[in-house]
Ligand binder design. Structure first.
Ligand code: ADE
Ligand code: ZN
Ligand code: ZN
Length: 296
């Protein structure tokens, strides 16, 4: 028990120093995911990540985990990356298939979140072993990969084509008018922060880290049972199942979502944030291990 507590104090101190002033899943979701991942990186992975990160981040991966959303919104140069944040599935099917679903609006294959995860993890692992090669921008690859592993865990980033992953389902979140997608990107996390964590993201991160070592500890090995470099397809399948069972259920257009919805969905959101962090650490640890990973 003593050892457990001490480790806990060290973690909390590290996390406390790194909460940025402006934070959006939404910034908060991606920040939480990357903070959890940082706690599970090996020394080799941490060193490689620090080498690749831009100087201003001072080696903090979480500082760049919303970069992909920011450039998509604000820089026309990055507009091509918009379809890489999600993969939509045919309406009401509740399953996902790479060949059927992974394409953009012009049906260009592989342009979706799972395709992007394969692409950027391949770039990082190839580029890392051939650092003289200028073929890939590895800093960008790391920032995209860290963000997209988060996105594929948001259930409505693997939602239905017809409602654009819940974006066209207008609902009320308590008294506020919004859409279902935004509820899952941001509002559930924001309400949880206010209700349970004194609006302090650090407290939420601590609670999730504690759940990983306590309440969910028996499940964590099953989150990590990927036998390849990375397994975005099962993550997307989990997401669309959760979208059907929890996100879309009782959230029809015009409905008001309040305590019942919030309290029953928050555990899903919290577990997805934690799974995403653990799996991001797992892929980075594999990519940056000194042992080249066996061919897939
Ligand atoms: N645009 C189209 N589908 C989307 C989704 N599932 N999530 C976010 N943006 C989208
Ligand atoms: Zn995104
Ligand atoms: Zn989103």
């Amino acid at each position: 028990m003593g050892g457990f507590e001490l480790r806990w104090v060290v973690r909390v101190t590290v996390v406390l120093m790194m909460v940025p002033k402006i934070l959006g899943w939404g910034k908060e979701g991606h920040y939480v995911i990357c903070k959890i991942a940082e706690e599970y990186l090996t020394e080799d992975a941490l060193a490689a990540v620090r080498e690749l990160l831009p100087d201003q981040t001072e080696g903090d991966l979480a500082a760049v985990c919303s970069w992909a959303d920011e450039v998509k919104h604000h820089y026309p140069y990055y507009r091509w990356s918009s379809p890489l944040h999600y993969v939509d599935t045919p309406d009401f099917l509740c399953n996902y298939k790479y060949c059927r679903d992974c394409h953009d609006g012009h049906r260009h294959k592989d342009r979706c979140v799972t395709g992007a995860i394969y692409n950027y993890s391949m770039q990082l692992s190839q580029g890392y072993y051939d650092l003289n090669s200028e073929k890939y921008n590895l800093t960008e690859a790391l920032m995209f990969l860290s963000h997209f592993v988060g996105d594929v865990h948001q259930p409505l980033h693997v939602g239905f084509t017809g409602d654009v992953g819940g974006n066209t389902i207008i609902v009320r979140w308590y008294r506020r008018k919004t859409n279902l997608h935004h509820v899952w990107d941001t509002m559930i996390i924001e309400s949880a922060l206010k209700t349970y964590y004194k609006s302090d993201l650090t407290l939420m991160i601590q609670a999730l880290l504690r759940n990983i070592t306590d309440e969910w500890s028996d499940d964590v090995p099953s989150w990590e049972n990927c036998k390849k470099m990375i397994c975005p397809d099962p993550y997307a399948s989990e997401s669309v199942r959760l979208a059907c069972k929890f996100a879309y259920r009782n959230a029809t257009p015009g409905s008001t979502l309040g305590d019942d919805y919030f309290l029953s969905r928050l555990p899903v959101v919290e577990k997805r944030l934690a799974q995403s962090g653990i799996r991001l650490a797992e892929v980075l640890n594999r990519i940056f291990s000194k042992q080249p990973f066996a061919a897939q």
